[in-house]
Write a protein that binds this ligand. Structure first.
Ligand code: HEC
Length: 152
């Protein structure tokens, strides 16, 4: 099951080029516990766009590993990671940005992909070298969306 999710994730990766003006993946600085304090783009995240990125099998594909009741219209949620329900109450914006950019700085040895890193932990096709799974703005959008998932 774990293996199947991982294959699904790596098979659907669509890499994105870094846009000028964004903080590049190699310049991102993480706090002591893996959080990232400033916006990657300077443009506020859009939670509606972020929900689409998180459920899109070719982008975030978060549902391959996480249950999210807010996206219950989408079938087939994986259970590799913790539920995203209430994650907006458990984590701050800084922490969530760090988790989406590269959760290895928060959870040592995790299998969660690094969505804004050129070392995204998945065997990289040559044409994707130096690119990221999500754009900087898509990261900001996903963070804004996860922050809306408050504990009931
Ligand atoms: C390949 C599986 C996988 C994918 C895909 C994945 N995650 Fe994760 N995620 C995990 C695992 C496993 C953990 C638990 C951390 C650990 O490894 O101990 C986790 C932890 C988290 C946490 C902390 C949860 C909590 O409250 O404890 C958040 C938030 C999160 N992921 C968000 C996301 C988002 C947003 C996406 C999509 C952009 C995503 N994840 C995609 C596997 C995944």
């Amino acid at each position: 099951m774990l293996l199947r999710s991982l294959i699904a994730v790596s098979a659907t990766l669509i890499s994105t080029s870094v846009i000028a003006g964004d903080i590049s993946p190699t310049d991102v600085s993480f706090g002591e516990y893996g959080g990232i304090s400033g916006s990657l783009t300077g443009v506020a995240g859009d939670p509606v766009a972020g929900k689409k990125v998180s459920t899109n099998r070719k982008l975030g594909n978060c549902l391959a590993c996480h249950v999210n009741d807010d996206a219950s219209a989408q079938s087939f949620h994986g259970e590799v990671g913790p539920e995203l329900n209430g994650a907006g109450s458990r984590w701050s914006e800084e922490e969530l940005r760090g988790i989406v950019v590269n959760s290895k700085n928060t959870f040592e040895g995790t299998i969660m992909p690094a969505f804004y890193s050129t070392q995204n932990g998945v065997r990289t096709l040559k044409k994707f070298v130096g690119k990221t799974i999500l754009s900087a703005q898509q990261v900001e959008d996903v963070v804004a969306y996860i922050l809306t998932l408050k504990e009931e």
